[in-house]
Write a protein that binds this ligand. Structure first.
Ligand code: KG4
Ligand code: ZN
Length: 343
């Protein structure tokens, strides 16, 4: 089965061609530089960029694979959640293609696609889905907009355990980074600076670390960094102290994410943990999850870096699984679901 998939939920315009569990082509056009000027994603600008980039990106994906659009078996797109105007562009374009080709259309939940991205692995030049290796797992989705823990009981069967009550983990990286004077998005820069800093230099709160539930909260940590900098403004004149500060903030975020993920896995009786979303690129998070899973005897599957951030490959892979499992296609007059909550 050959599928064209499109993702435009936030600030990445992406198209992928997927066939029989293989990603034949995945093209991502990131708008990060455009939004950096404004210190965050500007929805109106994001939508305009998607409009400009979607056709070239989709054409490139099709050309790279030599797949004639007439030979596609289905078309898929992210239906939600995301920025309404951004979602609209990719979703409506994909429905139009499905209509013109008279092929099934699949609207995909963006987070459900993230759940399966850790099962897509690089094998030589190709990205291939390894569903034969699937195990029930607890999946951590951490991005700029979301922080979620989900129990994935079997393929295509999941139950949301908890999410953030305020800021997402990526947002916490970005906003505290901004206070330090780092450009948006600050996550990757904090990661880089933290590698040479002392994570124990400053003690920041670990919100909800000892709470029995699976929800997260990061706004208190952000506020505590703000007060700390208000009381210690000179600290930002010293590059070594900035590295220590980055390492200390990162340590607080990572400790909460890892501890709560492992606890959720134990409580739900699974021995596999997966993680995806932009923050999963963070080296300390990857290392600490590895260490914790080794200690517990859990299998850990981290999404490949290129699949951590938003991409259409994961949308296409999930859409194909849904069609193979005979799940119903999505109506061509279905609407986007910007606030779609993963159940
Ligand atoms: O998944 P993503 O590309 O977009 C959505 O938010 O949907 O995630 C972007 C987020 C940003 O907050 C960014 O700062 C964070 O992921 N991020 C990182 C790293 N790379 C990206 N945070 C910490 N360390 C990183 N290496
Ligand atoms: Zn995402």
């Amino acid at each position: 089965m050959t599928i064209l998939a499109i993702e435009t939920s936030c600030d990445e315009t992406s198209a992928a061609v997927v066939r029989d569990g293989r990603v034949l082509a995945g093209v991502v056009s990131s708008q990060i530089r455009l939004h950096a000027e404004y210190g965050g994603v500007v929805p109106e600008l994001a939508a305009r960029e998607h409009l400009k980039n979607l056709l070239p990106v989709a054409r490139t994906a099709l050309q790279e694979t030599g797949v004639d659009p007439g030979r596609l078996d289905a078309v898929a797109a992210t239906q939600g959640p995301g920025l309404p105007t951004a979602l609209l562009i990719g979703f409506k374009a994909a429905q139009a293609v499905a209509f013109a080709l008279r092929k099934p259309f699949v609207g995909v939940h963006h987070h459900e696609a993230h759940l399966y991205s850790p099962w897509i692995v690089r094998s030589g030049d190709a990205l291939v889905a390894e569903f034969t290796a699937f195990q029930p797992n607890v999946s951590l989705i951490v991005s700029g907009g979301h922080t979620l823990l989900v129990l994935v009981e079997s393929e295509l069967k999941h139950r949301a355990l908890g999410s953030t009550m305020d800021d997402a983990a990526g947002e916490c990286f970005d906003k505290t980074g901004k206070m330090i004077g780092l450009a948006y998005p600050a996550g990757p820069e904090i990661d880089r600076l933290a590698e040479q800093g002392n994570p124990k230099a400053f003690d920041f709160p670990r919100p909800l670390l000892h709470d029995a539930g699976d929800d997260f909260s990061f706004s208190g940590l952000k506020t505590s960094v703000r007060y700390f900098l208000r009381d210690n403004p000179k600290l930002l004149d010293d590059p070594e102290k900035i590295r220590d500060l980055c390492a200390s903030i990162q340590a607080a975020i990572v400790e909460v994410l890892v501890a709560k993920t492992i606890r959720a896995a134990k409580r739900n009786g699974v021995s596999c943990v997966t993680a995806s979303g932009g923050v999963t690129c963070n080296r300390s998070l990857r290392r600490e999850l590895e260490r914790a899973c080794r200690r517990e005897g859990f299998l850990l599957r981290l999404a490949e870096n290129e699949l951590c951030t938003d991409n259409a490959a994961m949308i296409g892979i999930l859409a194909e699984r849904k069609l193979l499992h005979k799940m119903p296609a999505t109506y061509l007059d279905a609407e986007i679901q910007p606030g779609w909550v993963l159940a």
